[in-house]
Design a protein around this ligand. Structure first.
Ligand SMILES: CC(=O)SCCNC(=O)CCNC(=O)[C@H](O)C(C)(C)COP(=O)(O)OP(=O)(O)OC[C@H]1O[C@@H](n2cnc3c(N)ncnc32)[C@H](O)[C@@H]1OP(=O)(O)O
Ligand SMILES: CC(C)C(=O)C(=O)O
Length: 795
């Protein structure tokens, strides 16, 4: 059957109440009502499979834990399960002293008796009796006149009074009485008042405080808008006698989807109490949702006096007991309610969090309240025990704001705006291609892969192994404006390469090194940095944008093509270099990089760094820059006859010979180092092999190396002194060795000139490696003396 063209022939509208001086619209709620949870009664009776006793017990405990002080636990006359459940609560002492249990009964003597029997012995109980009062129910269900309807209510109120008084006398149970004119919102307002006045009179002992009688005014079926319900409530409150002896209770259902509004307006209209169910379970469309109502108050800064700090735990119990899911869009409790998928929402939330942090810091300094003011989020998920995990979820509708928020939350990186746009494109492409939501893991993994960030699994073709930044005064003599030198070792497609470059700062020196050695021509367009953690082990995060290097600086600036990179390191310079390499990795893509070929002759294609690369790859020695220069000259001299070409093998042989490296001609047999005083002064004694001969040495100095120099000097005509000492480790873990490089200056007996000589050694022991390097550095003292003699005789 189609919908009617004119539904007025079938459906009658509600009859508005004439209440021109209604007060409720101008009122504001400033305190929570008395809550009654009827989950275990109205909620339970609406379930296809009513709860078991075990489920009811868990639910009851949860309600108590949430802070409900009035709980309708059963319709005891309905079934043994309900009756027994009430008995169990009482007999097992499960009801806290400050909690009233409530039980519902119809206006039938036998059933009232069973109901009172159910609560006998409990400390405090509310007997709740109902009979429908509307015209429809009078005529259709009860076939009663108005008079008979009043009589039914009066007679059974008297029965309730009699039976409860007997019970109090016998068991000490304290009773309160609640009466519901069921279908109140469909009942003629004057008749509802008439019935309730009669019930109050029949009860005869309504008093103040805990003696107040409860008139529960249900919208058994929601038949009109919430303002109509509010009018009915205000009218009842204004016209019932002895208002102070009455608790006016609301019991909205949600047939029109306005149960919450009805309850809120009903409270404005004067009600003191609200009956409902958690998450709105209940007959048909449900009872009013108490979680929703309570949290609405909370977001107005009013504590509802019930607690949902761990809302998920409550959801778990309620869904398990009701065997009903909670809608994902359910206010406060739905799984999607703290989630934004769409770009503009995410952007606003991200900005909101950033701004709020600043605002709260300032408010804390000034001792002012730190208000929650967040675009699209009326409540802080944390107050309900939820995390911010779900706040931003990413799909093809999402924008850069949300994605960068997740990166910030999960990796601690605050990307610059342009990088956000760039990474957004990456994520967008994946989301579009795969047509699915992107999880946080998808996004962080995409980030790591894109920027080669976060460990060896994400390394690119270029990996920074080690580096040194040094400074030298600018050639122009502007002492303040020092230039920087970059010396580093990169792994390039798995092979180690020594590269070096100069520039105005570490980044430009590194770019120069990439250009010189690997033909990677890039220029820096943007650089930003921030600290990740304000604690002791703070790290620096750097972000770099590179563009193709062009002859014309304007072109470089305007380039539409650019690559972003990110680096994190405890050292700020290292974090910048890592960021630069991350961007460079993106820039090179999979284009081939120039291979290392050695040609050191007149038209040298290889430089010092290439020679150092070869030594690094073959002997794992990271030659210091000045040793690179020195050895480069040696190589050039020795390749004069081959036009500057030299094979790897010969190069390594030449290195070994030149520095007597690992040939056994310089060794430490044993040594003793005595510390002479607190300043570190030491005495060295021991047996060594120098130039293949056993020698016993002894000397003192400021440390082991200077003691070794002093010992060596005792046997020389001239004097050696140390000019440079560098060391590094080789290998890892228990296999680690120390490599030492010593440059000494030898001054012969005749004075100047001073001869620079390098020694290189490796040993498991770092002191022994340094000592060996010192000894090896002095291997050519004889040659130096001879050269000095020749020079003197030539003059
Ligand atoms: C709006 C609400 O939520 S009201 C609460 C509704 N909850 C429940 O009904 C759940 C528990 N109910 C039950 O287990 C059963 O209905 C019982 C045990 C109470 C009564 O069962 P039965 O005696 O078989 O009666 P039945 O269920 O058919 O109820 C209909 C009868 O009760 C009468 N009745 C209905 N409501 C009331 C009332 N509040 N007071 C007195 N009688 C009533 C009807 O007029 C009808 O009487 P009739 O048989 O003389 O025509
Ligand atoms: C018994 C009454 C209060 C009821 O449940 C209703 O009217 O919905």
């Amino acid at each position: 059957m189609p919908m009617l063209a004119d539904p007025s022939v079938k459906y009658e509208p509600y009859t508005p109440l004439q209440l021109p001086d209604r007060q409720w619209p101008a009122k504001v709620n400033r305190s929570p009502p008395i809550w009654l949870s009827t989950d275990l009664r109205d909620g339970n009776q609406a379930l296809a499979n009513p709860m078991t006793v075990a489920q009811k017990l868990v639910f009851f405990d949860t309600l108590v834990k949430c802070g409900f002080k009035e709980i309708e636990v059963a319709y005891p006359a309905a079934s043994d399960t309900d009756f027994n459940f009430v008995r169990q609560l009482i007999e097992e002492g499960r009801i806290p002293d400050d909690v009233w249990i409530q039980v519902l009964t119809p206006a039938r003597e036998d059933l009232i008796k069973r109901t009172v029997d159910a609560v006998a012995g409990c400390k405090r109980a509310i007997i709740h009796m109902y009979n429908a009062t509307s015209c429809l129910f009078r005529t259709v269900v009860f076939r009663n006149s108005k008079e008979e309807t009043v009589k039914l209510a009066v007679k059974h109120t008297e029965i309730v009074r009699k039976l409860t008084e007997e019970c109090t006398a016998k068991h000490g149970t304290v009773f309160r009485y609640e009466y519901s004119p069921e279908t109140f919102s469909q009942t003629e307002p004057a008749f509802a008042l008439e019935v309730c006045e009669a019930v109050k009179a029949a009860w005869g002992k309504a008093g103040l405080g805990d003696e107040r009688i409860i008139f529960n005014l249900p919208a058994t079926v929601e038949i009109g808008p919430p303002n109509h319900y509010a009018d009915l409530i205000e009218n009842f409150c204004r016209n019932i006698s002895e208002r102070e002896k009455i608790i006016i209770s609301l019991h909205p259902h949600n047939d029109r989807g306005t149960g919450i509004a009805a309850a809120e307006l009903g409270m404005l209209a004067g009600a003191d109490r609200v009956e409902g169910c958690l998450f709105g379970n209940g007959e048909r469309t449900g009872n009013v949702d108490l979680v929703n109502l309570a949290l609405n108050l909370y977001t107005q800064g009013i504590h509802p006096k019930v607690d949902f700090s761990d809302i998920q735990a409550v959801i778990d119990v309620v869904t398990a007991c009701n065997d009903l899911p909670i809608h994902p869009r359910h206010p406060y409790a739905g799984e999607l309610v703290f989630t934004a998928f769409s770009g503009s929402h995410q952007d606003a939330i991200k900005k909101g969090f950033e701004m709020q942090r600043v605002r709260h810091e300032q408010a804390a300094r000034e001792g002012k309240p730190q208000y929650w003011e967040m675009p699209y989020l009326p409540i802080d998920p944390a107050d309900l025990g939820c995390t911010y995990e779900a706040v931003i979820r990413v799909n093809a509708q999402s924008g850069k704001g949300g994605i960068s928020y997740l990166i910030q939350q999960h990796l601690g990186l605050d990307m610059p705006r342009k990088m956000q746009i760039s990474f957004y494109q990456v994520v967008q492409d994946i989301a579009d291609r795969e047509a699915r939501e992107m999880t946080v893991e998808d996004i962080t993994t995409a980030f790591r892969k894109t920027y080669h960030f976060g460990g060896s699994a994400y390394e690119g073709r270029l990996v920074l192994k080690s580096f040194k930044i040094s400074s030298e005064p600018a050639a122009s003599g502007e002492a303040a404006d020092e230039r920087r030198q970059f010396d580093g070792t990169l792994s390039v497609d798995g092979n180690l390469r020594v590269i070096r470059g100069d520039g105005n700062g570490p980044l430009s020196a590194f770019l120069d090194a990439l250009r010189t050695h690997l033909d990677i021509n890039l220029a820096l367009r943007e650089y930003t940095e921030h600290t990740i953690d304000k604690h002791q082990d703070a790290q620096a995060a750097s972000f770099v944008e590179l563009v193709p290097q062009s002859e014309d600086i304007k072109d470089t600036r305007r380039s539409t093509q650019s690559w972003w990179g990110v680096g994190v390191d405890a050292d700020i310079a290292a974090s910048g270099l890592r960021a630069l390499l991350s961007a460079a990795n993106n820039a090179i893509g999979d284009r081939p990089l120039p291979e290392l070929k050695l040609s050191v002759g007149f038209n040298a294609r290889s430089g010092q760094a290439d020679i150092a690369t070869a030594i690094l790859n073959s002997l794992r020695l990271e030659l210091p820059r000045r040793l690179q220069a020195s050895f480069f000259e040696v190589v050039q001299r020795s390749t004069r006859d081959t036009g500057g070409e030299i094979s790897y093998e010969d190069l390594v042989k030449l290195f070994r010979e030149t520095y007597s490296y690992e040939e056994g001609r310089f060794a430490v047999k044993n040594f003793k180092l005595e510390h002479l005083d607190a300043s570190g002064r030491a005495k060295l004694s021991g047996s060594f092999i120098i130039n293949g001969k056993d020698v016993v040495l002894e000397g003192e100095g400021n440390g082991p190396l200077s003691a070794a120099v002093e010992a060596v000097n005792r046997g020389l005509d001239g004097r050696v002194s140390i000019r440079e000492y560098v060391e590094h480790s080789i290998g890892e873990g228990s296999d680690v060795k120390a490599a030492s490089y010593v440059e000494v200056l030898y001054e012969g007996p005749g004075g100047n000139p001073k001869w620079p000589m390098w020694g290189v050694a490796v040993d498991n022991d770092i002191t022994a490696s340094g000592l060996k390097a010192v000894l090896a550095a002095t291997r050519a003292v004889d040659k130096a003396d001879e050269a000095a003699r020749k020079a003197a005789s030539a003059q």
